[in-house]
Design a protein around this ligand. Structure first.
Ligand SMILES: Cc1cc2nc3c(=O)[nH]c(=O)nc-3n(C[C@H](O)[C@H](O)[C@H](O)COP(=O)(O)OP(=O)(O)OC[C@H]3O[C@@H](n4cnc5c(N)ncnc54)[C@H](O)[C@@H]3O)c2cc1C
Length: 567
């Protein structure tokens, strides 16, 4: 909490080169790129960082094989290269994964055509991943017995990539890296609008926790408000070439359906690709694509029924999935960039997923439209180039602002971890050694955690039973991760709230101690506030309420609990 308060104090105390509105992926990479290259940057979000669209994605870094159907080969190539670049620069976070696609008899395309498409996709992506593989219906049945192949003509396997931790954590790591480069960032600070006074932007901001308002002065204003970009441009009087069309997508999280570590891809009844995606001890199923007019969305009965009906039709489960099986839902809107004049009238599902930067040099204002997590490094670089063209001094233009720490730091971390036998502290049901997980989540900061554990081995104890989180990680989150509400920690810095049922979290031994570490005197208040909130899955809470907490020994015969606790 100290970090947030001191940053809020600093927001009004200085003039900034750039103020960024919105800490989703687009705002986070803009902040990391600009701050890393030496600009004086401020970043605010009216909720938590990654608290909007960027925590509802499919967690994939992918070239967009489906956009080949609309012949957007240039976009597919660009996204494939962006995916490859992420895999290279984040080897422990963004990893290749196989997609097994099953084709039903009578599907609108001949299987040979789709098979040729898989090869084209692979070569468009510079043959960077493993080669596609053709599978007969019986081979699919052998490899993935849960797939119902009775109406299938076979399928194929190809590669894309996924985010090992959740999307929100991926985004937060860019915010964290911006902070380490001197960016002054604060969550729960809303822009109420901005005006230009003598060549400077004066933004009226409100601390939504304390209720206080203040002003932030900057030479450049970047609107990275995701689905709210148009709304914010209306507040600042910006006219843009693009605007957003909005598409709602939901995912359902259920107990793990298959232990094979691959994404199962199907064509849903509406002809669109949808996925069964591994998520540690759970499975994430989705997504949908529905045009909406407002960014404020929730998963409706109809959305949930669509996903459940489609998955039940394509899998051979002992008992069909019902609403009672849903542990959590994810529901967000894709902000899609369209031309302000009539651009949204194309067939909705065919709207492009390209991002667009509308730059107003006269007003020193940039609006970021559309985009994907996959393409985030390009967004950061393009923003820097445009800010430099506005006359802002970028003292370190060649600084590489992204990527995992260099091999020497990595080797030092694993060497120290080995000397102190860190992996001996790995939770009994963990899917990976503790050292691997700490490195992926914290990079160079993980070395500090080793120091904490050497000083006090109690720091290596799991604090919230049923999760892998150690006491020292929560202490570090309190100091460095601007956890302002309990949900910030449970849903975004970690993915505990996505994979553990709500009632199990409430009853987890250690949660109150975690709250004390995170919030000090306000622990009980923050705990009560979180559990008083209407939960996204309130309508399936009856199932959640009866679930047992996951513990080391609990439900050993439940495949979702036994194999891999990997939050
Ligand atoms: C269902 C679904 C699946 C997807 N799957 C993938 C995928 O697998 N791979 C992929 O690459 N992409 C995927 N995407 C796309 C990707 O998630 C989005 O393009 C991306 O997250 C948008 O990021 P953003 O920063 O523009 O917006 P957001 O993440 O929405 O961030 C905007 C931020 O601005 C803040 N804000 C708004 N107004 C104000 C204000 N007045 N003051 C201060 N702050 C404000 C909001 O609180 C919010 O945090 C998916 C999207 C959806 C919906």
């Amino acid at each position: 909490m100290k970090l947030r308060q001191s940053n809020i104090d600093r927001l009004s105390a200085a003039d900034y080169d750039v103020l960024i509105i919105g800490g989703g992926i687009n705002g986070a990479v803009s902040a990391a790129a600009l701050a890393g290259k030496g600009a004086k940057v401020a970043l605010i979000d009216r909720g938590d960082f990654a608290g909007c669209t960027s925590m509802h994605s499919s967690n994939l870094a992918w070239g967009g094989i489906k956009y080949m159907e609309t012949y957007e080969f240039a976009l597919v190539r660009k996204l494939c290269l962006s995916r490859n670049h992420l895999i290279r620069n984040y080897p422990s976070t963004v990893q290749e994964i196989r997609f097994l696609t099953t084709i039903t008899k009578g599907f609108r395309y001949d299987p040979r055509y789709l098979w040729a498409g898989a090869w084209l996709y692979w070569s468009i992506g510079n043959c960077f991943t493993r080669i596609p593989k053709l599978l007969s219906a019986s081979a699919i049945a052998r490899e993935e017995p849960i797939i119902d192949v009775s109406h299938s003509v076979g399928g194929f396997e190809y590669s894309d990539a996924y985010l090992h931790d959740n999307d929100a954590r991926f985004v937060f790591n860019f915010v964290r890296s911006a902070l380490s480069s001197g960016c002054v960032a604060a969550n729960y600070v809303e822009s109420l609008g901005a005006r230009r006074v003598d060549g400077v932007w004066v933004t009226r901001a409100r601390d939504t926790v304390a209720g206080e308002t203040f002003e932030i002065r900057s030479r450049v204003l970047i609107n990275a408000a995701g689905p709210f970009v148009d709304e914010h441009n209306a507040l600042t009087g910006q006219k843009t070439e693009h605007r957003h069309a909005l598409s709602k997508g939901i995912h359902l999280i259920v107990d793990r359906l298959t232990s094979s570590h691959r994404v199962l891809a199907f064509f849903a009844d509406d002809g669109r690709l949808f996925f069964v995606i591994p998520m540690g001890p759970r499975t994430c199923i989705g997504t949908t694509d529905t045009r909406v007019e407002s960014p404020h969305v929730h998963a409706t009965d109809e959305d949930i029924k669509f996903v459940l009906d489609n998955i039940n039709k394509r899998l051979k489960l002992k008992t069909a999935l019902t609403r009672q099986d849903i542990i959590a839902t994810r529901c967000g809107v894709r902000p899609l960039a369209v031309r302000a004049q009539g651009g949204g009238d194309r067939d909705f599902l065919q709207l492009s997923r390209k991002h667009a930067l509308d730059v107003n040099f006269a007003d020193a204002h940039i609006s970021i439209f559309g985009g994907k997590l996959t393409d985030c490094l390009n967004v950061g670089n393009e923003v820097c180039d445009n800010v430099a063209s506005m006359g802002i001094d970028i003292p370190h233009p060649d600084y590489k602002w992204y990527g995992e720490p260099p091999a020497a730091i990595r080797d030092e971390f694993f060497h120290q971890a080995e000397l102190m036998k860190l992996d001996g502290y790995t939770a009994p049901h963990a899917s990976e050694p503790l050292s691997t997980r700490l490195w992926r989540r914290y990079g160079a900061q993980a070395i500090g955690l080793l120091e904490n554990i050497r000083e006090d081995p109690g720091q290596a104890q799991i604090l919230i039973e049923g999760t892998e989180y150690l006491r020292c990680e929560i202490r570090q989150a309190a100091r460095r991760e601007m956890v302002t509400k309990l949900e910030d920690f449970l849903r975004r810095r970690s993915k505990i709230a996505l994979v553990v049922r709500r009632e199990s979290i409430r009853r987890a031994p250690g949660l109150m101690e975690a709250c004390r570490l995170l919030f000090g005197d306000q622990a009980q208040q923050k705990f009560d506030e979180y559990f008083a909130q209407k939960h996204a899955m309130a309508d399936v809470d009856s199932a959640a309420d009866t679930a047992e907490p996951i513990s080391g020994t609990a439900a050993a015969d439940n495949p979702a609990h036994s194999g891999a606790l990997n939050w």
